[in-house]
Design a protein around this ligand. Structure first.
Ligand SMILES: Nc1ncnc2c1ncn2[C@@H]1O[C@H](COP(=O)(O)OP(=O)(O)OP(=O)(O)O)[C@@H](O)[C@H]1O
Ligand SMILES: Nc1nc2c(c(=O)[nH]1)N=C(CO)CN2
Length: 166
């Protein structure tokens, strides 16, 4: 049960530059510390092949479930502040990054404006989001379809593996 007025959101984190495993751990802790955000669950960490963009290193990805009192734009601003604290630079579309934090869902909200599209418009095709999410919450659905089904269909599923450490 959510607190009154609170919403459950799914956030996806990725990193393929620097000390990615450590970056992800610290970013999860920073998200959990945000005012108006309560961490509910964290998925396994997966190592994934880069999807799109230039040739670049493999990613580590995970998803978290949070309960939040923030509105979606406040949540985005806080996620971007966490990215920036990890020296995120925006140079190349889908290029390598120290940290990416995307909002995948925000309750049942459907939103599309200049800065925010929810559900995330590419999440339903991305095993690097869907598979850790399905492992974290086997009953999860996205746009009415089980996340586990979407993950099984995603083109980037081959090559995804649970990250146990280097
Ligand atoms: N659901 C969302 N989560 C995060 N950012 C979003 C979302 N919808 C729209 N955006 C916008 O997308 C912009 C670019 O985000 P970002 O640089 O993280 O994209 P990307 O991670 O390279 O690509 P992708 O959007 O395919 O994951 C952000 O500045 C933000 O305003
Ligand atoms: N494997 C993987 N590929 C990506 C990722 C990511 O987090 N993992 N993020 C992207 C832009 O959000 C583009 N491509």
């Amino acid at each position: 049960m959510n607190a009154p007025g609170a919403v459950n959101a799914i956030l996806a984190l990725g990193s393929n530059l620097g000390a990615s495993r450590d970056t992800l751990s610290r970013a999860v802790a920073e998200l959990a510390d945000l005012p108006g955000v309560r961490l509910q669950a964290v998925s396994p960490v997966v190592r994934t092949r880069p999807v799109g963009g230039p040739e670049q290193p493999d990613y580590l990805n995970l998803v978290v479930s949070v309960e939040t009192d923030l509105d979606p734009h406040e949540l985005l601003a806080h996620c971007q502040a966490v990215e920036n604290a990890h020296h995120r630079e925006r140079e190349v579309r889908w290029g390598p990054r120290t940290l990416d934090v995307d909002i995948i869902t925000y309750g049942d909200l459907v939103l599309d404006d200049e800065t925010l599209t929810i559900p995330h418009p590419r999440a339903h095709t991305r095993a690097f989001v869907l598979q850790p999410w399905a492992w974290m919450d086997p009953g999860a659905t996205l746009n009415g379809t089980p996340v586990s089904e979407l993950a099984a269909r995603a083109e980037d599923l081959p090559g995804l593996e649970i990250f146990e450490g280097d």
